[in-house]
Design a protein around this ligand. Structure first.
Ligand SMILES: Cc1ncc(COP(=O)(O)O)c(C=O)c1O
Length: 342
């Protein structure tokens, strides 16, 4: 059988044996009544980890983001976000549908928001433009190649927006923690609400968490129910989430090291892309190429699966299912690879 290396996303990860064991033995109850001890423990643990009063367990990162928008805005409000963020481009227009808000998009090509553009949008309220209810950032910032924010820049942003809430989409917050040495609590401190996923590099099968001030999380529980995200014996999933937080965070550095090796291989294979492998600091290799779709299709036929994020942007993601032999295999495939001429 030909080898297949799946670099489409870190969402393809499988639960570890310890997770399967914890799930089988989990003590559960009806979380709709607040009676699942394993869910309650996971929510407490995450809230403590990110330095917030409370947290809620949600089925997906998208739902965590959507609940944050629901509790922080009113219909017609403006949400300032980076142009390529998940909340903007990869949630099927959910913020418009669920919360009736509009986005003011600012440059996020570096992974961080352009502070001057953010300030301009807020200042424009004085020019009869709509109310800016919140700002949202992504850390790590997936589309720019898993870029981690500098915590001091995040603090400057929070200072600049004053008492307007900041939501941190930390789907890969722990990748940022491992890459920078900044703690999850320090990254979360400038934010009002923070979402993190258990089901990506941390390998849990399902689930994300949203944390913030207690009164806001009370409202978040109502919104979760409204969106159909209240679960019952969810402790089976939370049990895997606890193992993820306990045992899978430090391991992310292995994904980062392999991504760096892949970054060099891709940059050598596609010099015309002018991709600087030094920009790869976490687990995502992403670069622009005029033949991005074709490259992804033809590499997949050779056993190296990636994705496109946009018509001319490719993405290859490392995770626990990618080992050193897989990286070596990608190197062999890329050595002789040339996209077929059209
Ligand atoms: C940055 C970011 N935010 C949010 C999400 C949404 O997570 P989920 O797929 O669990 O809805 C993703 C998913 O890939 C993501 O990359």
């Amino acid at each position: 059988m030909t080898r297949r290396v799946d670099l489409r996303s870190d969402t393809v990860t499988q639960p570890t044996p310890a997770m399967r064991e914890a799930m089988a033995c989990a003590v559960v109850g009806d979380d709709g009544h607040g009676e699942d001890p394993t869910v309650n423990e996971l929510e407490r643990r995450f809230a403590a980890l990110v330095g917030k009063e409370a947290a809620i367990f949600v089925p997906s990162g998208t739902m965590g983001n959507q609940i944050a928008v629901r509790v922080l805005t009113q219909p017609g409000d403006v949400v300032i976000a980076g142009r390529t963020q998940h909340l903007v481009g990869f949630e099927m227009g959910a913020s418009a549908r669920n919360s009736s808000v509009q986005f003011a998009l600012v440059d996020d090509s570096s992974g961080e928001l352009d502070l001057n553009e953010v300030i301009d949008v807020i200042d424009a309220e004085a020019d009869h433009q709509p109310h800016v209810a919140m700002v949202t950032v992504e850390n790590t910032h997936m589309p720019s190649g898993g870029t981690a924010w500098d915590v001091s820049t995040l603090r400057s942003l929070a200072n600049a927006i004053g008492d307007r809430p900041l939501h941190l989409d930390g789907a890969r917050l722990f990748n940022a923690v491992v890459a920078t040495g900044t703690s999850a609590a320090d990254f979360s401190q400038p934010a009002t609400t923070v979402m993190a996923c258990l089901s990506k590099g941390l390998c849990a099968p399902v689930g994300s968490l949203l944390a913030g001030p207690e009164p806001l999380m009370q409202r978040a529980r109502t919104e979760r129910k409204r969106l159909g995200g209240a679960m019952r014996q969810a402790g089976f999933l939370a049990a895997a989430g606890l193992v993820a937080l306990d045992t899978m965070i430090e391991r992310l550095s292995e994904d980062h090291a392999r991504a760096r090796q892949l970054a060099v291989l891709f940059s050598d294979a596609f010099p015309e892309a002018s991709y600087d492998p030094a920009t790869c600091r976490t687990n995502i290799v992403a670069f622009n190429h005029p033949q991005a779709r074709q490259i992804v299709r033809e590499l997949a036929a050779l056993g190296v699966q990636g994705e496109t994020l946009a018509p001319r942007r490719t993405r290859f993601v490392t995770h626990a299912g990618v080992g050193d032999a897989d990286v070596a295999f990608v190197g062999e495939v890329l050595e002789n690879f040339k996209p077929a001429s059209n």
